[in-house]
Design a protein around this ligand. Structure first.
Ligand code: ADP
Ligand code: C5P
Ligand code: MG
Length: 219
C-alpha cells in the first residue's frame, strides 16, 4: 500500500513541476543597435554566461531566404540588400515558431534575447498583435555606437561574412533605415524607462562587462 502510494507520488511530482515550468511566460529582452554595433557578438557572450536563448531576427530571415521551397526567399533577399525592413508578418512568424520550438524542447528555456527586433513601427505592431500578453518584454538592451564605427565593423565583417549587405552601398541604406525607423522605437521604449544603454564603441570585453552589470541587476 505504502509502496504504491510512493510510486504514484514519485510519478506525479515531476509532472507537476514540469507543468509549472511550462506555464512560465517567455521573458524577452529586445537587443537593438546600429548594424555592426555588436549585438550578435554580445548575445553570444550572454548565452555563455546566462540562461538565455539568442534569436536573431536577421539570422532567421537569412535562414528562411535559403530554405528550399520558401515563398518569401526572393522578397527577403531584396529587402536585405536594400537595407529595408521585411514585413512583420514574415518575421513575427519566424520568431514565434523559434520561441515555441525552444520551449517545446526544453521548458526551462523561457528567457529570450530577441536580437534586431523590433526595428520599426510595423515590427512593433506585429509583436503587439501576436505576442501581447503571451510574453513579457523586460527591457531593451541598446548597443550605442557611432555610424562610422558601425560601418567600419560591417566592412571588416564583410571580408569574410559572405553577407550580401556588408558592402558600402547596402550599409548606407541600412544606416538610414536605422536612423529613420529604429531609433524612434528605441526612443519610445526610453520614454517608458525600458532602455538599458551600453556604450558599444569600446572593446568586446569592456562592453560585456557593462552588459553583465545590467543582467546581474535585472535578472
Ligand atoms: P551586429 O550583430 O550588431 O550587426 P556583430 O556582433 O555581428 O554586430 O559585430 C559586427 C562585427 O564587428 C563583427 O565582425 C564582430 O566581430 C565585430 N565586433 C563586435 N563587437 C566589437 C567590438 N566591441 N569591438 C570591435 N569589433 C567588434
Ligand atoms: O540584424 P541583421 O544585421 O542581421 O539584419 C540584417 C537585415 O535583415 C536587415 O538590414 C533587414 O533587411 C533584415 N531584417 C528585417 N527585420 C528585422 C531584422 C532584420 O527586415 N527585424
Ligand atoms: Mg547581428
Amino acid at each position: 500500500m505504502i509502496f504504491c502510494l510512493l510510486r504514484t507520488l514519485s510519478q506525479k511530482v515531476p509532472n507537476v513541476v514540469s507543468r509549472v515550468a511550462l506555464m512560465m511566460k517567455p521573458q524577452v529582452v529586445f537587443v537593438l543597435g546600429g548594424p555592426g554595433a555588436g549585438k550578435g557578438t554580445q548575445c553570444t557572450r550572454i548565452v555563455e554566461n546566462y540562461s538565455y536563448t539568442h534569436l536573431s531576427a536577421g539570422d532567421l530571415l537569412r535562414a528562411e531566404r535559403g530554405r528550399e521551397g520558401s515563398e518569401f526567399g526572393q522578397l527577403i533577399d531584396s529587402y536585405i540588400k536594400e537595407g529595408k525592413i521585411v514585413p512583420v508578418e514574415i518575421t513575427i512568424n519566424l520568431l514565434r515558431k523559434a520561441m515555441e520550438e525552444t520551449i517545446q524542447v526544453d521548458d526551462k528555456k523561457f528567457r529570450f534575447l530577441i536580437d534586431g527586433f523590433p526595428r520599426n513601427k510595423d515590427n512593433l505592431q506585429g509583436w503587439t498583435a501576436v505576442m501581447d500578453g503571451k510574453a513579457d518584454v523586460k527591457f531593451v538592451l541598446f548597443f550605442d555606437c557611432s555610424n562610422e564605427v558601425c560601418i567600419d565593423r560591417c566592412l571588416e565583417r564583410g571580408k569574410s561574412s559572405g553577407r550580401t549587405d556588408d558592402n558600402r552601398d547596402s550599409l548606407e541604406k541600412r544606416i538610414q533605415t536605422y536612423l529613420q525607423s529604429t531609433r524612434p522605437i528605441i526612443d519610445q521604449y526610453e520614454k517608458h524607462g525600458k532602455v538599458r544603454t551600453v556604450d558599444a564603441s569600446r572593446g568586446v570585453d569592456e562592453v560585456f562587462s557593462d552588459v553583465k552589470a545590467i543582467l546581474d541587476k535585472e535578472g
